[in-house]
Design a protein around this ligand. Structure first.
Ligand SMILES: Cc1cc2nc3c(=O)[nH]c(=O)nc-3n(C[C@H](O)[C@H](O)[C@H](O)COP(=O)(O)OP(=O)(O)OC[C@H]3O[C@@H](n4cnc5c(N)ncnc54)[C@H](O)[C@@H]3O)c2cc1C
Length: 394
């Protein structure tokens, strides 16, 4: 099969590239060895970043988040939850950092407001009583499945083709991609949006990238203890965000470098450290058993400091093979715009990006039965998600 573009990976990045290029009139085929959002995008922390977390150390990433979180909140209202979010400092935290945080929020144009700590503690009694400073920021929570089901559905309606459960196993220098289920696709351009597996996929093309997969662990607590996002107001480190996700709280995250991304053992020390750090914000996290744990990986470059490295993205162009590295779910639309600009030039397409103006449909609600309570809603959405995967790949 011949096509303009073969996209390897149906996570947030690959799906938004598929949508952007389809809207520009390109013929696109998306492959994924699993399904929609089954990699990092379905196993991330859940924050639609306002940019505040990056304001001090990574101004560019912060400014991108300001613009992109506003766009996603508008286009995917059904998948975004505005729970309220606070950066909170506790006794012993560094006043100098708090001042630099306030300054950085202003410089990055992030709307923020000093909150009255006693009011916050009254509303959210599980937050540590040692809190002495709280700043409200516009972070939100996003359901990646509801969001990305809509992106995939719209891409399909605009002409993108999907081959799920199909793994790219060979990529030739002329853009021929072979899969484990016998498919042979020739793309004028091949896009590697395999997230943390991007190094493996690049090596199929003979392109060795020095990546150092770094996993982040998340713990899920049920029932939830807090109804707002709580960020520890200190330099980014382990266990510094707790967020509400449906009827649970998710605590994250860590940064553990692993040798082989397909053979991951979660380090018990990291797990205990995550609970210890999280309990500085919500003391009951130490007493309560977590209900579930999960992890996902970042494709960091070898030698980077996992905590200091930018959460921005990189595009590596080895014509006809383009690799996308890094980024955030919050900036997937922007990453896709940049990649699609590059690919459009290669294909000679005149159309420009139009994803800033799209409105996404809540397709999961439409694809099956729906009942009122929160628990049943989540259960039904899971079944509807699998039905949607079957629909779009037929
Ligand atoms: C611990 C952690 C927490 C995070 N929290 C947040 C957060 O709160 N907010 C935020 O905005 N961002 C967050 N991020 C970042 C965000 O999750 C990622 O940037 C984003 O999900 C990456 O999407 P992706 O499409 O590039 O990769 P993925 O979602 O991993 O998709 C890659 C896909 O490629 C497929 N694939 C791999 N190899 C092959 C092959 N050979 N053939 C076919 N398919 C293949 C995989 O099956 C997978 O579906 C977090 C990241 C981590 C690691």
């Amino acid at each position: 099969m011949n096509t303009d573009v073969v996209i390897i990976g149906a996570g947030a990045t690959g799906l938004f590239v598929a949508l952007d290029l389809s809207l520009r009139g390109a013929h696109v085929v998306v492959l994924d060895r699993q399904g929609i959002a089954r990699g990092t995008s379905g196993r991330f922390h859940g924050l639609l970043h306002s940019g505040a977390r990056y304001a001090v150390g990574d101004r560019k990433a912060a400014e991108e988040c300001v613009a992109e979180s506003a766009l996603i909140s508008r286009m995917a209202k059904h998948a975004v939850f505005d729970s309220g979010s606070y950066f909170v400092a506790f006794t012993g935290d560094d006043d100098a950092y708090i001042d630099s945080f306030r300054t950085a929020l202003k410089k990055a144009n992030i709307n923020s407001e000093e909150a009255t700590v006693s009011n916050l503690l009254q509303r959210e009694p599980k937050i540590n009583k040692d809190a002495y400073c709280a700043i409200a920021v516009p972070d939100k929570v996003i359901d990646p499945f509801r969001f990305l089901a809509s992106v995939a559905y719209m891409a399909k309606n605009k002409g993108a083709m999907f081959h799920l459960h199909s793994e790219a196993t060979e990529i030739s220098k002329s853009g021929i991609v072979k899969t484990d289920d016998g498919l042979e696709l020739t793309g004028k351009v091949v896009i590697n949006s395999a997230g943390p597996w991007a190094g493996e996929v690049a090596s199929l093309f003979g392109n060795e990238l020095d990546l150092m997969p770094t996993i982040g662990l998340m713990l899920v607590y049920s029932p939830r203890l807090v109804n707002v996002v709580v960020n520890h107001l200190r330099p980014p480190s382990d266990g510094d965000i707790v967020l509400p996700f449906y009827n649970t709280n998710i605590l994250g995250t860590t940064a553990q470098v692993v040798e082989d991304i397909n053979k991951i053992m979660v380090n018990d020390e990291d797990l205990q450290d995550l609970i210890y750090e999280g309990s500085k914000m919500i003391p009951d996290l130490r007493k309560m058993e977590y209900a579930r744990s999960y992890y996902s990986a970042r494709p960091l470059f070898e030698g980077s400091n996992p905590r200091e490295v930018s959460r921005d993205f990189e595009i590596v162009d080895n014509d006809p093979f383009v690799t996308i590295l890094g980024g955030k779910l919050t900036t997937c639309r922007l990453i896709a715009e940049k990649v699609s600009d590059l690919v459009s030039k290669k294909l000679g397409l005149d159309a420009t990006c139009s994803t800033k103006r799209i409105q996404l449909e809540d397709v999961l609600l439409h694809s099956g039965p729906f009942s009122g309570t929160v628990g049943e809603e989540v259960y039904n959405l899971g079944a509807n998600f699998s039905a949607l995967e079957r629909d779009i790949s037929s």
